[in-house]
Ligand binder design. Structure first.
Ligand code: 5GP
Ligand code: ZN
Length: 114
């Protein structure tokens, strides 16, 4: 989708600091980091949110979660721990409507989240 920010980043037409990629997945630094480590992991294929995923997306979702764990390792996060978040819809504050998983770490994370 040419009017989707993350499709453009996946296509390379908008620059991003990519830290991991494979056939299905791209991971890049968040432009407004909320923690010392803050990476976004997306599928290259346009999907709006987890809420719009179904059976055909089963493999993609698994691949994305495994990519999140790879990203965490690349950032040196597993020893202290990290958080994976996917905001879905208005109450959760989703602002980019191409499904993405935030990998956050490098500081203690509060619970419950705000
Ligand atoms: P959401 O609010 O939808 O859960 O997360 C969207 C994320 O995308 C935000 O954390 C925001 O900082 C990030 N973001 C928005 N625009 C850009 C951009 O142009 N480049 C990058 N790397 N991140 C972006
Ligand atoms: Zn998209």
């Amino acid at each position: 989708m040419t009017d989707c920010l993350f499709c453009r980043i996946a296509a390379g037409t908008i620059p991003a600091k990519v830290i991991y990629q494979d056939e299905e997945t791209l991971a890049f630094e968040d432009i407004h980091p909320q923690a010392p480590a803050h990476v976004l992991v997306i599928p290259r294929r346009h999907v709006v949110s987890v809420d719009e995923c179904g059976e055909p997306d089963r493999t993609m979702l698994g691949t994305i979660l495994l990519a999140c764990a790879k990203v965490a390792k690349l950032k040196g996060l597993p020893q202290r721990g990290y958080r994976i978040v996917t905001n879905t819809g208005p109450d959760a504050g989703q602002s980019v409507f191409h499904v993405h998983f935030h990998v956050l770490g490098g500081r203690p994370m509060a619970w419950p989240p705000g």
